[in-house]
Design a protein around this ligand. Structure first.
Ligand code: LLP
Length: 439
């Protein structure tokens, strides 16, 4: 029998052999039958490799003081915190829910950075009482509230200020955050960032640890990151000159892009981080500023290509002269990213991966909404039909975490693949789970 070559699709952990799609070396058709569909799959080795890639790039670029925070909004179930923690990453959290999940996973919360542009008094109390290490502060109201809460507890709370460097990274408007008119942070340009620095330094129960920025997400080129690094370093030097305050930490946020479809580039985080470090070193030398500890906060680049979603096709509908649909047993409830951002995906009939994809389909979900779309114009084999396993690639970031129960559809389980085996990380929701808490 002729041995078929194994070919790679999008990312090296996704391959096709003998017409069958494999993820992390395992057969997707068999996984679909074993765990049911829809199912979120995660490749634990890939997650760990992504974590290590960032840690080594950051240490190489910024020295031993450099550190990586996993932006857990990308996928915030317990096992993700365990994996990130065991690889030496801290974490970025944005809600009590994420703090609770991290804590339940045994994550060291002194390495947690609490973001969010509007933390309530209850959020602040929850986080402080659990020993969250750093608050990344967005506004003066939060500074005052933190100072009061810290005084009540007799502690000095470490904080960073979220600074808006005034950069438009030319990514989707909904995930752009670094421009002056952003809802996030204090702009350098308007003088607000300096006012916030003065205020933070004047509050006795707060310890200003440094500055943070995050310019946006799904950015493919080094240039906006390099500009942000330069602007933040200059800002830190300006604050040293104006106020005699030297920042210990500069956190440059996340945002490195990930390849979802063939015509997108794949980014090398090491290269981008190296360029950021070169810019910072240069500015620090010019301004006589000691290099602070530098943090990077990747979410998507850690989780996205470690994930895949499997569905089962139901109906196939051809409307002659118009378009054709394949409906799957999930949709916008487990993946709202097409509906929100028009994000493109690579979709493959997992057990027909070598059949010629000579027809184009809209792959749609099961919700009562026409915008419930996984992908438009998806090439699939004409034989695609009920019962076929349909794989959507690169779904490890912002899928589980953005899933919803619209139409009371239950969230799929999360299955981790590891060394040829598989284990359940999150159980599938049941209709009874959804009713819990209702009178
Ligand atoms: N740090 C901060 C403060 C952030 O707000 C974010 C993402 C990150 C780090 C991580 O960014 P990443 O490395 O994942 O690009 N739901 C959107 C993405 C929203 C990103 C929000 N903030 C999506 O599905 O594309």
């Amino acid at each position: 029998m002729k041995e078929c070559e194994e070919r790679t699709v999008i990312c090296e952990n996704v391959t096709v052999k003998d017409g069958r799609l494999r993820f992390a070396g395992q057969d997707c058709g068999e996984l679909a039958r074993r765990f049911g569909t829809p199912v979120y799959l995660y490749d634990e080795d890939r997650l760990r490799a992504n974590c290590r890639r960032f840690v080594s790039a950051v240490k190489r670029a910024f020295g031993e003081g450099g550190f990586v925070l996993y932006a857990s909004k990308a996928a915030a179930f317990r096992q993700m915190y365990r994996i990130a923690g065991s690889e030496g990453l801290g974490t970025d959290v944005v809600s009590c829910g994420e703090i609770a999940a991290a804590q339940a996973a045994g994550f060291d919360l002194s390495n947690a950075f609490f973001h969010s542009n509007n933390k309530t008094d209850a959020d602040i109390a929850y986080a402080m009482d659990r020993g969250v290490g750093y608050f990344v502060v967005d506004c003066s109201e939060e500074l005052f509230a933190l100072a009061v809460a810290a005084a009540e507890r007799g502690i000095r709370q470490k904080v960073l200020l979220r600074i808006t460097p005034g950069i438009d990274p030319h990514t989707h408007a909904a995930v752009r955050t670094g421009q002056v008119d952003s809802k996030f942070g204090s702009a350098i340009e308007t003088g607000r960032a300096e006012e916030m620095t003065r205020l933070a330094l004047s509050l006795r129960n707060l310890e200003l640890a440094g500055f943070h920025c995050h310019i946006g997400s799904q950015i493919f080129t080094a240039d906006p990151f390099v500009r942000a690094a330069r602007i933040m370093t200059d800002f830190a030097a300006d604050m040293r000159d104006a106020l005699g305050y030297t920042a210990k930490i500069i956190d440059l946020g996340g945002g490195i892009g990930v390849r979802y479809v063939e015509d997108q580039p794949s980014c090398d985080p090491g290269e981008i981080i190296g360029e950021m470090a070169a810019a910072m070193n240069e500015r620090c030398a010019e301004r006589g500023l000691p290099l602070p500890r530098v943090a990077i906060e990747p979410g998507r680049a850690i989780a996205a290509d470690a994930g895949m979603t499997l569905y089962t096709a139901g109906s196939v509908k051809r409307i002659p002269g118009y378009k054709s649909y394949v409906s799957v047993d999930g949709g916008m409830t487990d993946n709202p990213r097409f509906a929100l951002y028009g994000s493109p995906y690579t979709v493959i009939a997992a057990e027909k991966a070598d059949e010629e994809c000579s027809e184009r389909f809209s792959v749609v979900g099961r919700c009562c909404e026409s915008g419930d779309i996984i992908g438009e114009n998806i090439p699939l084999p004409p034989s695609v039909g009920r019962g076929d396993v349909i794989a959507c690639l690169t779904t490890g970031a912002y899928h589980f975490s953005m899933s919803s129960n619209y139409n009371r559809v239950c969230r799929p389980p999360v299955v981790m693949l590891k060394s040829g085996g598989a284990y359940l990380a999150v159980k599938a929701q049941t209709p009874e789970d959804l009713l819990r808490g209702e009178v």
